[in-house]
Design a protein around this ligand. Structure first.
Ligand SMILES: [Zn+2]
Ligand SMILES: [Zn+2]
Length: 116
């Protein structure tokens, strides 16, 4: 019996920052004791880490770092400024009326959750 092995040979995807070919997505790095998996944008581990260092924000709840390209909870302070928290049960409290997606040093996209 002859078996045909279907292998998907796709060319390595180039890193959107430096152009290094990435054999496998998501890119996984460890940053501030958190494991980060990023599919989009395509980044090699070195570029992803440097973006994390440049664009991470402090969590208003636990004081840890929130890496870019991850979900964040958004708190509005009394002064109208935004504070960010991890989207975890520990950090994201009932007071977070928004959650969004933290991009390169700015909210890439966020939605308001119905709060009553
Ligand atoms: Zn790169
Ligand atoms: Zn936190």
């Amino acid at each position: 019996m002859k078996q045909t092995v279907v292998s998907k040979i796709s060319p390595a995807t180039p890193c959107s920052e430096c152009g290094t070919g990435i054999p496998q997505l998501p890119t996984v790095v460890e940053f501030d004791r958190q494991e980060i998996h990023v599919f989009d944008p395509v980044l090699c581990p070195a570029c992803l880490l440097s973006l994390c260092e440049r664009y991470a924000v402090d969590c208003a709840n636990c004081g840890g770092k929130i890496p870019p390209f991850s979900q964040v909870g958004v708190l509005k302070t009394e002064t109208g400024a935004s504070e960010f928290v991890h989207m975890t049960t520990v950090c994201s409290t009932a007071g977070s009326a928004f959650h969004g997606y933290w991009g390169k040093g700015a909210l890439a996209d966020y939605v308001q959750v119905e709060a009553c």
